[in-house]
Ligand binder design. Structure first.
Ligand SMILES: [Fe+2]
Length: 251
């Protein structure tokens, strides 16, 4: 998988790469080893979401490495940070990670927390990318429009399903409801179909397992005017990869 990621980065000539890694380790959470693997493959910042707490061993890395984020709007005192500023090729890039509240944990308001962060980061750079990890399209689109013109892009994550609504909002902010998933193309949002069907049918939380099938990489390619911070384009990316076992052998 890492080898395929590297060739995709070369192909797209991406200057800066953000990946949501909350499900990078067996579909739930991310271990320090997996995070290091992503960084070595060319990922500049790892964002996350509600599953970041599934692997507690990631907490020390969350506390010491400013390249890995958890949503900022968790209660104060929670380990880690939800925003970062990374200078690459002499360009400061701010990344903000927020989490929705509809059908999710009732945490602090992502709108208000986002505004507070922007007041601080907006003084340091115009290139600001938000990963809004949320369930509901309405909540994602509302936050994007609320912040339109103040951020370069708001990219939704969490549902694993890539949406076809990418656009540039009137104020110059790029938007997509959900960037999709990188993982097994088969199964139910990348998890084993039989277990997922049984969970839904019986309403019992059987332990989910990652499907073993050919994989798919999904994301978006953003072009941003560095001087103004406004988005010039947003393009959906989708690449089908060989099956998981052979893809893993590439790395
Ligand atoms: Fe999630």
């Amino acid at each position: 998988m890492f080898g395929s990621l590297q060739s995709l980065l070369k192909e797209t000539r991406a200057d800066f790469v953000i990946a949501n890694g909350e499900n990078a380790s067996d579909g739930l959470g991310i271990t320090p080893e997996a995070a290091e693997g992503l960084f070595k493959s060319g990922i500049d910042v790892i964002t996350s979401g509600n599953h970041i707490w599934q692997r507690r061993e990631i907490i020390p890395l969350l506390e010491r490495d400013k390249r890995i984020l958890r949503p900022e709007n968790y209660p104060s005192g929670v380990p880690g940070s939800g925003s970062t500023l990374i200078v690459k090729k002499e360009i400061p890039v701010a990344v903000i990670n927020l989490q929705g509240r509809v059908n999710m944990y009732s945490i602090r308001c992502p709108f208000k927390v986002g505004e507070t962060l922007l007041r601080q980061l907006g003084k340091k750079t115009r290139v600001i990318i938000v990963d809004f990890h949320a369930e509901l399209p309405e909540e994602k689109e509302a936050l994007a429009l609320h912040l339109d013109g103040k951020i370069s892009a708001l990219v939704g994550t969490h549902t694993h399903v890539q949406t076809a609504d990418e656009k540039i909002l009137p104020g110059g902010t790029a938007y997509i409801t959900d960037t999709g998933m990188t993982g097994p193309a088969a199964g139910v949002i990348g998890m084993k179909r039989d277990i997922s069907i049984k969970r839904t049918l019986m309403q019992i939380p059987y332990k989910m397992e990652v499907e073993n099938s050919a994989s798919v990489v999904m994301g978006v390619l953003l072009s941003i005017d560095v001087a103004s911070g406004k988005a010039l384009s947003i393009e959906r990316v989708r690449r089908d990869l060989p099956d998981l076992d052979s893809a893993d052998k590439e790395s």
